[in-house]
Design a protein around this ligand. Structure first.
Ligand SMILES: Nc1ncnc2c1ncn2[C@@H]1O[C@H](COP(=O)(O)OP(=O)(O)OP(=O)(O)O)[C@@H](O)[C@H]1O
Ligand SMILES: C[C@H](N)[C@H](N)CCCCCC(=O)O
Ligand SMILES: [Mg+2]
Length: 204
């Protein structure tokens, strides 16, 4: 299965969630479009400890930490959907991380979640719990549902906010597949611990 990790915004915790998913499922990892440093695939590599996960190179590795369409434009290139070739993964599962939120432009026409259909993936949505995140999460869910994209579930990230979580799950009809606390330091031990929790309920 291919899982596409999107978030309600940039910096929502997609890379951390992707590392946890890779560790839990012994899945391979791919970030098709990277805009700016550090490279998320390097972060994932540093956070996982299983020896099965393979990490594939980006299709577009862009310098500017900006929207991919803008970052590409700066380098005089246009991101083309037909350039994306799904890695031929030996593993059963592949985790694909988007860039920013789901309607972030790749070019003047296509947006990040257009990749979900091409890769025949299920979405894992990462929602961090800042004030304003209820609206951002429900807008994201609406955008996914309008495109008939299957969502495996939501990963809540950051300091717990039970009322926000309750209303998001009620209104979206989605389930929470993991809660990640606000951690003081992100390291492989933390990732392993969340991976165990995630896998214990993966097929619920
Ligand atoms: N639960 C958490 N506890 C502590 N730090 C966190 C937590 N979640 C994310 N972070 C930190 O916040 C920053 C942003 O997280 P992350 O890189 O996973 O976001 P992202 O959604 O992948 O961003 P991008 O759109 O750039 O890919 C990172 O430095 C990460 O280590
Ligand atoms: C640079 C950043 N870390 C991500 N790679 C790209 C975020 C794009 C956000 C675009 C936007 O929604 O305004
Ligand atoms: Mg990331």
């Amino acid at each position: 299965m291919n899982y596409f990790v999107t978030g309600i915004d940039t910096d929502s915790g997609k890379t951390l969630a992707s590392a946890i998913l890779c560790e839990a499922l012994e899945a391979d990892y791919w970030k098709p479009v990277q805009a700016g440093l550090p490279r998320d695939n390097q972060t994932v590599k540093n956070l996982i400890t299983n020896t099965t996960t393979e990490i594939y190179p980006e299709t577009y590795l862009l310098k500017a930490p900006a929207s991919p369409h803008a970052s590409a434009k700066k380098e005089g290139i246009t991101i083309q959907l037909n350039e994306f070739k799904l890695p031929s993964s030996k593993n059963k599962n592949l985790v694909i991380e988007g860039a920013g939120g789901c309607l972030v432009p790749l070019n003047d026409k296509d947006v990040v979640i257009d990749l979900v259909k091409i890769f025949d993936a299920q979405v894992v949505l990462v929602a961090d719990l800042y004030l304003g995140s209820i609206n951002h999460t429900l807008l994201t869910v609406e955008a996914l549902q309008n495109r008939n994209i299957k969502v495996k579930g939501i990963i809540f990230n950051g300091e717990s906010n039970p009322e926000s979580e309750r209303i998001i799950l009620l209104k979206s009809g989605l389930k929470c597949i993991l809660r990640i606390d606000q951690e003081r330091h992100i390291h492989p031990g933390i990732v392993k611990q969340y991976a165990k929790t995630l896998i214990a309920h993966w097929n619920d």
